[in-house]
Design a protein around this ligand. Structure first.
Ligand code: FEO
Ligand code: CA
Ligand code: CA
Ligand code: CA
Length: 596
């Protein structure tokens, strides 16, 4: 029997070395097993995965999607949302994007710059979104997928409802929804969140890249987000409403193929009720429109407003905070609190203080800032559709690509990863390297309650090689914990911080760090140790656990990145000469006890 965490001064495992093996490496005494890889049948006809990638678009809509990312385990038992079961639950996970070379038998078919195979494009759209998978641990300790009516795929085509101040706005009106109240699909679902009332939140990150526009004077609600000439997969080049909607070029107000407002229905936080497979997902516009990496809540207490944080992952973008107008009382009616509130953006001052600046058309300071900048918004819906521009106007601090946030359950301190920023040309106190190739983790404490507009911040960890880093203990990182490009971030229930990395390019392939990895850090002591190293070419992202902490779920995204149909750079998880597939990893202790 190990003593409780709070009485221990050392993390109870031996740090593993960095490596470039094509396997999952965990410390001695721990075990890892891959689970629900891309293509696992979960619903409908339960179509078997085909190793030659010959599954159809319809098959893909009944199988686990591609490129696993954020994830949450919802226990199934009588007390929904506050459940305690550690043997039975819904595992809900994001599928960020697709790798066409691996999704199709021979990659994407492109002729003269156009996609010519609608079935292929439909498969790509269906491989995006979210999977809801009912899972159960049998009496041998093995996790299995349950055939279940709750199993569900939400894709890039699933009908969704729009709520909050931008619902019904003129800029949200489309051919599909002349009232501006619905849209189709969610895309580029990166990190996630979950609510106290038992729903899942999926976050639309690099949605802008899926749309095209050939407008000469691109409007601010597209240009500020980087919607450009062609979509990343060329979906807009296929004939038909389901594809042409990705071309936002105005064709004329009465033209049937005018999709100018389609991109405005993306860039939001999306709420999914995993316990009701017939429910319509909700896009919550009150939480702002940007490249939402994820969302994390401050501790929720009855009688207090809801507070959550979300980062905009692009170079020199911002960190945001949302405070609900009304107070939280209980699970019933919780979702309403995401509909009305105030969105703030962070300014990190050089003296270690910080300010939350309201993006609220009724706030006199915001109105003054708009007037001074010569920018006008007709109403709050327009402010939220143009969240980035609103944040520019109030003078928020441009950050080094905000990724995940995590809140320490012990004291409410908020931690955010800033993954890297090759585009930084001048440093500031909160982003001290220029450029910043390795990233860092910033931390703050609200001054005077979670809904405060002031905070105090410091830098928790400066990632990098030994010669250019500072660990949470104030010392340079060493062989047991050098890391770069921190991305995924999560606190376990006992207050240990788990850090996942997303290096790419030469940093991944030739740096001193090895493959992407996951570390554990103890904020009480500053001790940080490498716990897991992923297979080749992957990113380690997404993390959740059962309430008893005997099972940890982690996602491995894009193993073998850069593979072609003829040459795989990884064969994880199946080994041999198999096709690389994103998958979840189940981590347990050999003795079956709680993980740490
Ligand atoms: Fe999809 Fe910012 O990572
Ligand atoms: Ca990420
Ligand atoms: Ca990343
Ligand atoms: Ca990714």
């Amino acid at each position: 029997n190990r003593p409780p965490f709070k009485t221990r001064t050392r993390l109870p495992f031996d740090a593993i070395a960095g490596n470039r093996a094509d396997v999952i490496t965990v410390p001695a005494g721990f075990n890892s097993l891959s689970f629900i890889p891309w293509g696992t049948p979960i619903t409908g006809r339960y179509p078997e995965f085909r190793e030659d990638a010959g599954n159809t678009a319809r098959d893909q809509a009944e199988q686990v999607g591609m490129h696993h990312d954020g994830m949450h385990f919802f226990p199934i038992d009588a007390q929904r949302g506050a459940g305690k079961s550690s043997n039975h639950g819904l595992l809900v996970l994001n599928h960020e994007y697709v790798d066409q070379a691996m999704l199709h038998p021979r990659g994407a078919t492109v002729v003269a710059g156009r996609r010519v195979n609608a079935e292929e494009v439909r498969k790509e759209i269906n491989a995006h979104g979210v999977s809801v998978v009912e899972v159960r641990r049998d009496n041998r300790g093995q996790w299995n997928v349950q055939p279940s009516m709750r199993n569900r795929r939400v894709t890039g085509a699933t009908p969704m409802r729009i709520e909050g101040p931008a619902r019904g706005h003129d800029l949200m009106k489309t051919r599909y929804s002349p009232s501006g109240t619905t849209t189709r699909g969610t895309l580029n679902n990166c990190a996630n969140g979950f609510t106290p009332w038992g729903t899942y939140l999926t976050c639309e990150e690099n949605w802008a890249g899926y749309f095209a526009t050939n407008e000469t004077q691109t409007p601010r609600h597209l240009s500020r987000y980087g919607v450009r000439g062609t979509g990343r997969y060329g979906w807009e080049t296929v004939a038909g409403d389901e594809f042409e909607r990705f071309d936002a070029t105005p064709k004329g107000a009465s033209a049937v193929n005018d999709y100018r407002n389609e991109p405005n229905t993306f860039g939001w936080i999306v709420e999914i009720d995993p316990f009701n497979p017939d429910s319509t997902p909700i896009k919550h516009t009150a939480l702002g429109r940007f490249a939402h990496e994820g969302i994390v809540f401050a501790p929720v207490k009855p009688g207090r407003q809801l507070v959550c944080y979300s980062g905009d992952d692009a170079q020199n973008e911002y960190i945001y905070k949302y405070v609900s107008r009304d107070k939280y009382h209980n699970q019933a009616g919780g979702g309403r609190l995401l509909g009305e509130g105030t969105l703030y953006v962070a300014r990190f001052n050089a003296d270690g203080s910080g300010d939350w600046l309201a993006l609220d058309i009724n706030d006199p300071q915001f109105r003054d800032a708009c007037a001074a900048a010569g920018v006008s918004f007709a109403n709050q819906g327009e402010v939220l559709i143009n969240t980035r521009l609103a944040a520019d106007i109030v003078g928020a601090t441009r950050m080094d690509r905000p990724e995940w946030g995590a809140v320490n359950p012990d004291n409410g301190d908020v931690y955010f990863t800033l993954t890297n920023n090759s585009g930084r040309t001048s440093s500031d106190a909160a982003n001290p390297r220029s450029p910043n190739p390795y990233g860092h983790i910033v931390r703050w404490k609200e001054s005077g309650g979670y809904n405060a507009t002031r905070f105090n911040w410091d830098i928790y960890l400066l990632a990098g090689p030994q010669a250019d880093s500072r660990g949470a203990n104030g010392q340079p990182l060493d062989a047991s914990n050098i890391c770069a490009s921190p991305d995924g971030l999560w606190f376990d229930a006992e207050g240990r911080l788990w850090i996942q990395t997303d290096m790419s390019g030469s940093q991944l392939n030739a740096g001193p760090f090895g493959n992407n990895q996951m570390l554990v850090s103890d904020p009480r002591t500053g001790e940080t140790k490498r716990f897991l190293v992923g297979p080749r070419g992957c990113e380690v992202t997404g993390i959740t656990a059962t309430p008893d902490f005997r099972t940890l779920f982690v996602n491995i995204q894009h193993p073998g990145e850069g593979s072609t149909p003829d040459s795989y750079t990884s064969n994880w998880p199946r080994g041999g000469n198999s096709r690389p597939r994103s998958a979840t990893v189940i981590i347990t202790r050999d003795d079956g006890q709680a993980l740490l």
